[in-house]
Design a protein around this ligand. Sequence first.
Ligand SMILES: [Zn+2]
Length: 281
Amino acid sequence: MKKLMLLVVVVVCVFVALGQTPRSKNEPPVKPMVSVIPTANAATTTSTAFTAAASSNANLRNELTWTFGGKAQRGWYLYDLLINQTLDSRDDTITDSFATTLATWQKKQGLASNGVLNEDSLMSLVSQWQNNRLKDRTPATADQLITAPPSDFYDPSRAPELRQVERNTYEAYKRMLAAATSDLGTSGDYLKIVSAFRSREYQDELRRKSPNAGSAGLAVNSPHFTGRALDLYVGGSPVDTRDENRAIQVNTPAYRWLVRNAERFGFRPYFYEPWHWEYVK
Ligand SMILES: [Zn+2]
């Protein structure tokens, strides 16, 4: 009787197994009857007159030696986004299409139109960026300044006299911040003000504390005297010019947003300090 039962169970199991196999839930989904369409090999089909230029740019991007502010600089990779913005390009800076766009720009500037971002072209970009900055550095008068609330600052414990901003600059900043917050979502400390108006006296005091600091942050004629220059938090160590720090900053969504959008609100960059923006209207 037991043997018969066992036989029945085995037979049923085999039957069920055979019967169920084709309909098992583990069955892979039916693949659509579409054959793979071969794609063109981009590397072999997009070779242009600027392929060699793109290859030079891939090297110069990290290796070009140049000087700024009396200091040796290496490569221009920190400025990829600003360069693209200036050339109205969205291409990776080491591509043929970027080199093609650059050549058109070089021609307009009266430079050798070779698509290579060499020292001449970089210096031309740098002088364009520098020329777009605040020209009038007349110190702000007391009536031109407002004191912004602590919540606008990266360091909310900052003293009231260090929370002063030129009136129109502050209004433009708040409009820009609202747009950035809407585009990027809540941004934490990003785009909060690290530093705004600095009096001559305060700047002199900073310089006395760091007599060897050669950075523009301690300039004798600082744009911060106008109350129209804002240092905004864009990531990393807030105001540190070391390449490794700036490499972090230029890749944050906050900085990338500023490069693409700040001009609409009247703010222009200081290319060398990703955090420093000037209200030029
Ligand atoms: Zn600054």
